[in-house]
Design a protein around this ligand. Structure first.
Ligand code: SF4
Length: 323
């Protein structure tokens, strides 16, 4: 079995809420609250959940694009949480991010060649001719052509722009790509082209993905395992197949009940969740899902369920599955 490339232990990202004339801290928003998982070399781990559940903050905190409040991240055998800024900058060669909105993440005043060679310049790699050569190669790898190098982001379609975003992430030959909603801004017809490209690249370049999305059907398409997040915590994590065949957590069941199935005979009862997503500034006590859960008991309101393995690496945080 492949070894772990990424180990995330008890990751937390809290934002202070300040108030009053003196800007005193009056509370905290627990955007990521004690999240632990691993990603094996060559694996795709999907992270799903509603908007505001903390999945993007998890991706950015583990790369230290934003500093985590607590927790440990071990990447390729190195504890990166304790690295100094210069050491971390070097480590980022191996861990790259693809953003949701390629238009916002590509500098509109730079042509594609300048955009793609920038990571090489920052890390002092190659001379001008070598960088130009690498840009041409990478454009071909993502299904574009070398003549696209002289064009500007606005001259491309959304799908092409995301290919450029992926090419930029690949310029330094990374080991891990954190893909933060990489197809959410694209038309459905284009989404599968980009997902197929990502899968081909993974195979050919031995990449490992942390794939963040709110759409369960997109995550299923690409992930080996999937973690479901709710209010800053992972509530269920298992293989893609197990999650879709045998979801355990009531929140996962509700999310899945809303996903259309390709089989018209398959009957799945839609579970409508009551209430809105509570604020992470004031999360419910005990199980944070208790305000919306159809199976809530008194214990759920006061005791936080442990996130535990209930068999064969199927993790769930719910009192219904206590031994
Ligand atoms: Fe529902 Fe209780 Fe399980 Fe939380 S712990 S998901 S409230 S049954």
């Amino acid at each position: 079995m492949a070894e772990d490339l990424l180990i995330v232990k008890n990751l937390k990202k809290y934002y202070p809420i300040t108030g009053g004339v003196f800007g005193k801290e009056v509370g905290v928003v627990k955007a990521v609250d004690d999240v632990s998982f691993t990603v094996k070399r060559g694996e795709t781990l999907g992270l799903v959940g509603e908007s505001g559940c903390g999945k993007s903050t998890t991706g950015r905190s583990l790369m230290r694009l934003i500093e985590p409040t607590a927790g440990e991240v071990v990447f390729d055998g190195t504890n990166i949480t304790s690295l100094k800024p210069e050491e971390m900058r070097k480590m980022r060669r191996d861990m790259q991010i693809v953003f949701q909105d390629p238009f916002a993440s590509l500098n509109p005043r730079h042509n594609v060649e300048k955009i793609l060679e920038e990571p090489l310049i920052v890390h002092g790699i190659g001379d001008a001719a070598e960088r130009k050569q690498r840009v041409s190669e990478m454009l071909e790898v993502v299904g574009l052509s070398s003549y696209h190098a002289q064009r500007y982001p606005h001259q491309f379609s959304g799908g092409q722009r995301q290919r450029i975003g992926i090419a930029r992430a690949l310029m330094l030959n990374p080991k891990l790509i954190v893909a933060d909603e990489p197809v959410s801004a694209l038309d459905v017809s284009i989404q599968s082209q980009v997902l197929n490209l990502m899968q081909d690249l993974q195979k050919n370049l031995s990449l490992t993905y942390l794939f963040i999305a709110h759409d369960l059907s997109v995550v299923r398409h690409i992930s080996d395992r999937v973690g479901v997040m709710y209010l800053g915590r992972i509530v269920e994590l298992t293989t893609s197949e197990q999650l879709y065949q045998n979801p355990l957590h009531p929140y996962t069941k509700a999310l899945l009940s809303a996903v259309p199935t390709p089989d018209p005979d398959a009957k799945r009862e839609r579970i409508i969740l009551q209430g809105d997503l509570p604020s992470p500034a004031n999360p419910p006590s005990g199980c944070t899902f208790h305000t919306r859960c159809p199976h809530v008991t008194d214990e759920c309101r006061s005791v936080r369920p442990q996130f535990r393995d209930v068999g064969s690496g199927h993790f769930v945080a719910c009192h219904l599955y206590n031994a």
